[in-house]
Design a binder for this molecule. Structure first.
Ligand code: ADP
Ligand code: ZN
Length: 730
């Protein structure tokens, strides 16, 4: 741009800029501004009848004639998103095939964060001594001794005087007004508050991470340690190093249920809680945290995946804990994998990233084995704790009454553990009472009317619920199909049904159910976790929400009610996922002095997953999986992308699917499959069809998709969603 060549008239714009609005638009729009502003500067931009908080993104592409340009204004103080965040937004948009404005919207979730500070006013001791002294006034002045600023109402309440007394002191200058910052400041974690003595393995791993934080360059580490090996303690050393260097650190956690224990643990190590970032924060807390991250005051942020889009001032380290977790995948809106994007962000920030897990994703395992990631291994549990013994119970050999799910060996083990005052966990990854309600007379299955799923019975509440769309209804007494009376029966167990059986065998034991659904919400789960930690209950019966991260020193027995459950999903990750989940669950047992025992009830004791779990030879299992994937050229040895079509009118959705399949350009190393009905063919009332693109590793799958999707005109009634690197096939 050559401003001197422009001969600006009075109101002609002097500068053109590309401005990105937080909307699903193709790209940045051209606007005019009075003076050039750097990329990332926040502006208010008019569009149609509205004004948006938007962001200067580039020079503009000249697509709008100069005299037609609308003007943008920078915000007061000209706040600006950091350059690395802008680059990150562009990167994520390109990779996920999402309009960049929609990704920007993730980073501008808290528009009020850029508002001017709203100071709070309060009063402290002023210079004047009051002419008249009363008991009431003396009590107020006594309060002032501690130097804290208070509001009139606080003085009145604490000194037990009327507000008029306080105001009188203000009038005579004995109390004076001061402006306080809008928000409490974040405490600064202390790197040396309670540093543990690391064992040799831990120290070696910590040194490697600390070294990279010190250098301040991109490096990826896989912290691969058995459950209870002290991965958290170890990566805390890297966090401590970031603190010492004056850098910020981001710790990503997959599940919000983890945070209470985690935040306390952080506080034990660093003397105060970190800043938090997740969906449960109030708008005010969000504003406070966002600003503190941006100005560098918040040194450590512990957050869910959306924390990746925060405007860190000087990020020095990213940790993704439990990196294999599927919860890192954002499945709607901008579809991205937070673990993979954490690596991207670290590269753009020039800082190290640590992926931590006892059961890494196969992708990370391959990256570590090939040397792309530093492979930091912790092979032993810390201290005296030993890894638990894992035994298979072959359900085909067990005689069990119909409608019961706890085999004799499992019952005996429960009796032993409870008899010696230890705790146990029964694990079943199924919510509710029964996953299926069936009519004995006509075979009718109770299905959701919006989704192609069975309704799950919640017996205590006497309701049938859809776990996808939330539809629910009272459990009927007659079959809606054949009208037979009392013919509906529950098929299969959920946690509630196992709890019922358990209670009938061990009526004295104290137990709780922990599962994430509409009836047993996060609060109940938190309560169960706390009760377990405090030994207020003997047994917890839980779904996967209980499988992860928790540390219960008295828990010695884990019983897996149906170890075969995950294997039925049938996608390429089913075995890996089952292994990870069961391994994590097993890892809850025997984490302190007393040895742990894990019993897996299975009908497939010969299955590779079961054998790997029982033998403890994890790497043999991973090597086998790696071979499968290599032969099938699936990730990480090839690329996958899913195209999901959905809409209310099933026929239109199928027709667009057929057109897309026909239009798919043939290209070397690219295969296109489908359309096929999605696993949940009907979800929330929408018909869903999927196409799958599989390419060789060298193919630019994004370019292929862009070219392909441009070939078919899709009506508004059909929604096209692209999922790069899909992890679920629903
Ligand atoms: P992981 O995350 O690998 O499962 P944790 O970090 O939860 O393991 O550690 C398991 C337990 O061992 C925790 O109670 C932790 O505080 C303790 N621990 C681990 N390493 C040390 C150490 N070096 N010194 C003291 N306690 C440790
Ligand atoms: Zn439903």
């Amino acid at each position: 741009m050559k401003p001197f060549a422009l001969k600006p008239t009075e109101d002609a714009p002097a500068h053109r800029a590309g401005v990105l609005l937080p909307l699903r638009l193709a790209g940045a729009y051209d606007y005019a501004m009075k003076a050039p502003l750097p990329r990332g500067t926040l502006v208010t931009a008019p569009l149609g009848p509205r004004e948006y908080l938007a962001c200067v993104w580039g020079d503009g592409d000249g697509s709008v004639a100069a005299e037609k340009l609308k003007s943008v204004e920078p915000l007061d103080g000209e706040p600006r998103l950091p350059p690395a965040l802008c680059d990150f937004i562009d990167w994520v948009a390109r990779y996920t095939l999402t309009p960049p404005g929609q990704v920007l919207a993730l980073a501008l979730r808290v528009p009020s964060a850029f508002d001017e500070e709203i100071p709070r006013f309060a009063f402290v001791r002023g210079d004047e001594t009051p002419k008249k002294m009363t008991d009431a006034r003396a009590r107020v002045l006594a309060l002032c001794e501690d130097g804290l600023a208070r509001k009139v109402s606080d003085y009145a309440a604490e000194a037990n005087v009327t507000p008029a007394v306080v105001r009188g002191l203000i009038d005579c200058g004995t109390l004076k007004e001061i402006a306080l910052p809008e928000f409490r400041r974040f405490p600064i974690p202390d790197a040396d508050h309670a540093a543990p003595v690391l064992n040799a393995e831990q120290q070696k791993a910590a040194n490697a991470m600390v070294q990279d934080v010190r250098v301040g360059a991109f490096a990826a580490h896989l912290l691969d340690g058995v459950t209870g090996s002290g991965k958290t303690e170890t990566y805390f050393e890297a966090v401590a190093e970031a603190l010492k260097r004056g850098k910020q650190a981001l710790i990503l956690l997959p599940e919000i249920a983890l945070t209470v224990q985690f935040l306390d643990r952080f506080a034990e190590r660093f003397g105060c809680r970190p800043a938090e970032w997740h969906s449960d924060l109030s708008q005010k807390e969000r504003k406070r945290t966002y600003r503190a991250v941006m100005n560098g005051e918040a040194r450590v942020v512990v957050g869910a995946r959306s924390a990746l889009f925060l405007p860190f001032k000087e990020l020095g380290l990213i940790i993704a804990d439990e990196e294999h977790e599927q919860a890192y995948k954002q499945e709607d809106g901008v579809i991205y994998h937070a673990r993979d994007m954490a690596v991207v962000r670290a590269r753009l920030e020039n800082c190290p990233v640590v992926l931590s897990s006892a059961t890494p994703s196969l992708e990370s395992y391959v990256n570590a084995a090939s040397g792309r990631y530093h492979w930091l291994r912790l092979r032993e549990r810390h201290g005296v704790a030993e890894l638990p013994e894992i035994r298979l119970i072959d359900l085909r050999q067990e005689k069990m009454d119909t409608g019961t799910w706890l085999s004799q060996p499992l019952r005996e083990a429960l009796a032993v553990a409870l008899g010696s005052g230890e705790q146990a966990m029964l694990f079943l990854n199924r919510r509710g009472y029964a996953p299926l309600t069936l009519c004995q007379s006509c075979g009718h299955k109770m299905m959701c009317r919006n989704c192609s799923t069975w309704l799950v019975e919640h017996r205590y509440h006497r309701r049938l619920t859809c776990h996808h769309c939330g539809f629910d209804m009272p459990t009927p007494k007659t079959c809606p199909e054949c009208q037979a009376q009392n013919s509906l029966i529950a098929c299969g167990p959920g946690v509630e049904r196992v709890a019922e059986e358990f209670a009938s065998v061990f009526p004295q034991a104290r137990m709780a159910i922990a599962s994430s659904d509409t009836w047993h919400g996060p609060l109940e789960t938190q309560a169960a976790i706390r009760a377990m930690a405090k030994r207020e209950i003997d047994v917890v019966i839980g779904t996967q929400i209980m499988a992860k991260g928790h540390h219960f020193p008295q828990l010695t027995l884990v019983g897996v009610v149906d170890a075969d459950l995950g294997g039925a999903d049938g996608d390429m990750r089913a075995r890996e996922r089952t292994f990870q989940l069961l391994h994590q669950v097993s890892g809850r047992a025997g984490r302190a002095e007393k040895p742990g025992l894990v019993l897996l009830q299975t009908r497939n004791p010969q299955d590779a997953v079961m054998k790997a779990l029982a033998s403890g030879d994890r790497d043999a299992f991973y090597e086998q999986e790696r071979l499968f994937r290599e032969r099938a050229a699936t990730p990480p040895f090839g690329r996958l992308a899913a195209v999901i079509l959905s809409g209310a009118d099933g026929e239109t959705v199928r027709e667009i699917g057929r057109q897309l399949a026909k239009a798919a350009p043939s290209a070397r190393g690219v295969k296109v499959w489908g359309p096929t009905p999605a696993f949940y063919h009907l979800l929330r009332g929408q018909t869903r069809e999927r196409l799958l693109v599989q390419t060789e590793k060298s193919v630019d799958v994004q370019s292929y998709l862009r070219a392909w999707l441009a070939l078919v005109k899709v009506p508004n009634a059909v929604r096209v969603t692209v999922d790069i690197d899909p992890v679920s096939f629903f």
